[in-house]
Design a protein around this ligand. Structure first.
Ligand SMILES: [Zn+2]
Length: 221
């Protein structure tokens, strides 16, 4: 039983806990069950995680060739590590930010088919917005799903018992940039209920408000 998962289903989004019994804790991948195709966000850490993802795709009633796109939130091995095995089983385009393309190749041996800069909108799920949210890595991206009012933040935001924090400095390529990313996200005024993160508890309600709290001053009582 994985305690960070809630019983609540999210329409069209499957959360897949990866590296469940591995080192350094769980990392999550996500399946977006859009109308025309299925999109995978991040691939876990290992071959075993790739198997887990294929399993969930099948359990969701999808065929292997429904999965047409894999988006990497960033280049780190616990998000791109399942790629080599997944590419043997499935056929999909790989999407990542231009500043993490070289890192993705280094970690997974994979070429990125669709290079993004941030600002792109995909036609799925009511228009998925690709947001450049650097700091954790230079090419970290987050996804905003307007219809589901959901932000998939990758590792740009971390969660500790639903308290949201920016990626901590020791995990960042640029800690100051990681802080600025939070401010930029807030300034975008997105209608965010849920914040789904790579590591830690997902937030299902008041995501925008919880994001705001990151930049508020210290409590006074
Ligand atoms: Zn990371």
């Amino acid at each position: 039983m994985v305690s960070i998962l809630k019983d609540e289903q999210i329409d069209g989004i499957e959360i897949i806990p990866c590296r469940v019994n591995g080192p350094r804790g769980i990392v999550k991948s996500f399946l977006l069950l859009a109308e025309e195709r299925t999109i995978l966000v991040d691939t876990g850490f290992s071959d075993a995680d790739a198997d887990l993802i294929v399993d969930r795709l099948e359990k969701a009633g999808k065929k292997h060739n429904d999965l047409k796109l894999c988006i990497l939130t960033h280049r780190h091995g616990d998000h791109a590590g399942g790629l080599p095995k997944l590419k043997k089983i499935l056929k999909f385009d790989l999407m990542a930010h231009e500043l993490d393309v070289a890192g993705v190749k280094k970690v997974s041996g994979s070429d990125v088919d669709r290079v993004v800069k941030g600002g792109e909108v995909l036609p799925d799920c009511g228009g998925i917005r690709i947001l450049h949210t650097p700091g954790h890595t230079p090419g970290s991206i987050s996804l905003y799903l307007p219809r589901a009012k959901t932000l998939i933040a990758g590792d740009a935001i971390l969660s500790a018992g639903e308290h949201l924090i920016p990626s901590p400095h020791y995990l960042c390529s640029d800690p100051e940039q990681a802080q600025n990313t939070v401010v930029q996200l807030i300034n975008m005024n997105l209608d965010i209920q849920r914040v789904l993160v790579g590591h830690g508890d997902d937030v299902y309600k008041d995501g925008g408000r919880r994001l705001h709290r990151i930049v508020e001053g210290p409590r006074e009582d």
